[in-house]
Design a protein around this ligand. Sequence first.
Ligand SMILES: [Zn+2]
Length: 285
Amino acid sequence: MKNYRVLCVLLLAISAAAPSATAEQRKTQPPRSVRLYVFDCGSLDIPDVAPYQLKKEELATTVMSVPCFLVAHPKGTLMWDVGAVPDSAFKPGGGAATLRYATSARPLAARLAEIGYAPADITYLAFSHFHWDHVGNANLFASATWLVRKLERDIMFADPPSPRTEPANYSALKNSKTVIVTKDDYDVFGDAAVVLKSTPGHSPDHQVLFLKLAKTGPILLSGDLYHYPEERKLNRVPTTEFNVAQTVASRAAVEAFLKKTRAQLWIQHDFTANAKLKKAPEFYD
Ligand SMILES: [Zn+2]
């Protein structure tokens, strides 16, 4: 009788352990070549376009897109920009959530889960810059290694905090494993396929992300080097840049780089262009 009970307890323990073992096995395998997943992390209803040195009539739309990106590399993963509205702002039961003038339809973690990733699976986290509409879900990725340039990290933990960000949404990064990026070009996985490029101006240590994809070819993710595509066409620089001269120089360097590499520039806040991008679970490779 006693042995039977021990056996039952053992069987129960095994069956209880089984689901997590299966979940472990189901964990997404690294891809053989680099993939780029684009997530819809919402939109910005820009209240006033005057700071962009543009008139409403000059713009196709005043709305900006807020994409989030996952780069899946054979050697690990990188999240690039993590939206404006934190997952914690969503109420159970569904529906959109807002922060300032941003709206998002669904939590980022739910979108990641759809393609088999949990925030804890992510190897690296990087932002184009520290502004609130790029760091919304930073706390989700506190277990990743944070790749950040010094002036950005300094401003993120400055006292008093900058009004251009939401410190509560990235507070957990203070204790994250952190790499302070000092090189202008930082090769994330060591094979020149995923490179952070210094482009200061919009913020003190703003950066863009260069990707080399086997089928799609080279892509440059803009961060906020430009916001509206009309800024690029009409050569306008927002008045709210951290340093206008730096922005002008960074834009010139990027335009030369695009010419040299024949890379596509994806302006992250370009609502019309972003709407045409394939979204996860589809991907670019
Ligand atoms: Zn932005």
